[in-house]
Design a protein around this ligand. Sequence first.
Ligand code: CP
Length: 310
Amino acid sequence: MKHLLSIADLAPEEITSILDTAVSMHEVQDRQVKKLPTLRGRTVINFFFEDSTRTRASFEIAGKWMSADTINLTGKGTSVSKGESLRDTVLTIDAMGVDMMIIRHPASGAPAQIADWVDCSIVNAGDGTHEHPSQALLDAYTLRRSLGELEGRHVAIVGDLTHSRVLRSNLLCLRALGAHVTLVAPPTLMPSGVHAWAAADGFDVSYDLDEVLPQVDAVMMLRVQRERMSGGYFPTAKEYAVTYGLTPRRLGLLQDHAVICHPGPMNRGLEISADAADAARSLVLDQVSAGVAVRMSILYHLLAGEGDAQ
Ligand code: CP
């Protein structure tokens, strides 16, 4: 495996292998000295053309804990802001002899295009509305730790699905692991052609959150991405919260064992209430913690040779 561009490129056993390796990587987090020699001498560039807290910090921590030399670049502060093309910029960095670029970009497909241009490994850290594969892997890892194997488990993915790269990666990942998925959104935020897509890929679609919640083992709330919206997708924030938000009343519809996920950043009071975000059954911070372990595992699978994990 040289690149991580899309969950669609991974066989189910490759997904499982990344999740299994992450279990041993997660133990590093509890050590006083958080350092493995695995990627000593390797150079990893975090190149983020879009804002990020979780993904950028956790990839940087993952690289540092594995002894890689990690460097952070953003579009602002590089020659991109002087008009240098994306191709010239990444070819310039690649020519310095780096081993990997972790790319977040607002354009769907940018990491795949870059992978065609350069020699180093490319990780897609979120591209436009296309995919966010490391997020889906850490979500699967978190759900697996909480629920056990995901085969036959039922996960609802709820919210602004039209603009969500997390949805696309999670749908692929959860289906590959045998989970049953139901998408829930208002009609205006459901991806176009969703019913044909659902029929082809074997998932369900619903517009009624109250009906779906009692059936699921996990509910994944997705952020309303107002920065990607150019029109009115719902009348008011209050109406959205009442019809599609995980409100305190809706918490009572969940089965006792059911868990809550949100990839963050959260709009508290919009798609998720404070009661839900902070509930004992909320895995939001477990997802953040898992993010470092899963990203260590991704770096290991892409950069380290067999038998290098220590
Ligand atoms: N979930 C996620 O991608 O968060 P960041 O934008 O903070 O990286």
